[in-house]
Design a protein around this ligand. Structure first.
Ligand code: PXG
Length: 289
C-alpha cells in the first residue's frame, strides 16, 4: 500500500508524520472519508468542497488547489490500483512546537491521502438491521466546535461510541443540547412515518452528510415527500422505518432503538428501495480514474 504525504508516495510502514504535528498534539486539522466504486470516486467534488469549508473555518490553508487535490486523490488510487476503495483525506496544521499557537507551524500544513480496501460493516447489519441506543454524551454545540467542521478532534463522537459499545450496541444516537436527535457517531439518521421521510436539519448538532444529501436527492426524484425536521426520541420509537447514512456505512437499516422495536422489526420497504437506488447511483456517478 502506498500512502500520499505532501506530494510523495510512501510504503505503509514508512508513512509517518512528526510527533510535533499539531494534528497529533491537538487534533488540529480536518478530514474527509470518501469512497470509490468501480473506478468512480463518488461525490468527490462535494467532499473536497466540504474539506475546504472545514479548513476555511479553522483558518487552515490547504497548500493545494481543489483541482490539484482531486488529482492527488485519483493519482493515489491509481498508484494503488484500487477499483473499490475507502479514501481518507487528512490535512493537519503541520509540524510546530509544544504550544497551541498554530503560527509555530509556519503554514506548513500536511496533506495525507490513505486509500484502502473498503471496511464494510458485517453483512448481517444490512440484512437484519442494527440496534442503536441513545447515549449521554451530546453532540458538540455549534457555538463551541461546530459539528459541520470535520475536524481531527472526534473525541465527542468517540465518547458516544464507547457508551454505545458499553450498552451492547454498535452505534449511538447523539442528541443536541436541546434534547433533539442530532445524528449518530459517524452517520446521519432518517425515519419513515406514513411514507414520509424525515431527517434532522443541519443546524445544531447534525452534520450535513453527503450520503444524507444523496438520499434526499433520490427520495425527491422518486416523489417521496421529504422533511428536514427536528425529531425527538419519541418520533424514532413510533417510526415505521429507521436507517442510518454515511460514506463508510452507506445505508444501514435500524430495527431497534433504545429497546423499542421499530416497525416490523425488519428492514423496511422504503429503506430497502433507497438502498437499491443508492447502489445504482454509485455505479453511474463519480470522478473517473
Ligand atoms: N455524521 C458524522 C458525525 C460523520 O462524521 C456522517 C455523519 C456521514 O457523512 P457523509 O458525508 O459521509 O455521508 C459522518 C461521516 C468512518 C468515518 O470512516 C466517517 C466519518 C467520520 C469518522 C469516521 O466511518 N464521517
Amino acid at each position: 500500500m502506498k500512502v500520499y504525504i505532501n506530494g510523495k508516495f510512501y510504503e505503509k510502514k514508512d508513512a509517518k508524520v512528526s510527533v510535533f504535528d499539531h494534528g497529533l498534539l491537538y487534533g488540529d486539522g480536518v478530514f474527509e472519508g470518501i469512497r470509490s466504486y468501480n473506478r468512480l470516486v463518488f461525490k468527490l467534488k462535494e467532499h473536497i468542497d466540504r474539506l475546504f469549508e472545514s479548513a476555511h473555518t479553522i483558518m487552515l490553508d490547504i497548500p493545494l488547489s481543489k483541482e490539484q487535490l482531486i488529482k492527488a486523490v485519483t493519482g493515489t488510487l491509481k498508484e494503488n490500483n484500487l477499483k473499490d476503495a475507502y479514501i481518507r483525506l487528512v490535512v493537519t496544521r503541520g509540524e510546530g512546537d509544544l504550544g497551541l499557537d498554530p503560527r509555530k507551524c509556519n503554514g506548513h500544513a500536511s496533506v495525507i491521502i490513505i486509500t484502502d480496501k473498503i471496511a464494510l460493516y458485517p453483512e448481517k447489519f444490512y440484512k437484519n438491521g442494527l440496534e442503536i441506543v441513545t447515549v449521554p454524551t451530546i453532540r458538540n454545540l455549534p457555538e463551541a466546535l461546530n459539528p459541520q467542521i470535520k475536524s481531527l478532534n472526534y473525541l465527542n463522537n468517540i465518547l458516544a461510541k464507547i457508551e454505545a459499545i458499553n450498552a451492547g450496541c454498535d452505534e449511538a444516537i447523539m442528541l443536541d443540547s436541546l434534547g433533539y436527535v442530532a445524528e449518530c457517531t459517524g452517520d446521519n439518521i432518517f425515519i419513515v412515518k406514513n411514507n414520509h421521510l424525515y431527517t434532522p436539519p443541519q443546524c445544531m448538532g447534525t452534520l450535513r452528510g453527503i450520503t444524507r444529501d444523496s438520499v434526499l436527492e433520490i427520495a425527491r426524484k422518486n416523489k417521496i415527500s421529504v422533511h428536514e425536521h427536528v425529531l425527538t426520541r419519541h418520533e424514532l420509537f413510533i417510526s415505521d422505518e429507521c436507517f442510518l447514512t454515511g460514506t463508510a456505512a452507506e445505508i444501514v437499516p435500524v430495527v431497534k432503538v433504545d429497546g423499542r422495536i421499530i416497525g416490523t422489526g425488519k428492514p423496511g420497504k422504503l429503506t430497502l428501495k433507497l438502498m437499491k437506488e443508492f447502489k445504482e447511483l454509485t455505479k453511474k456517478e463519480g470522478v473517473k480514474y
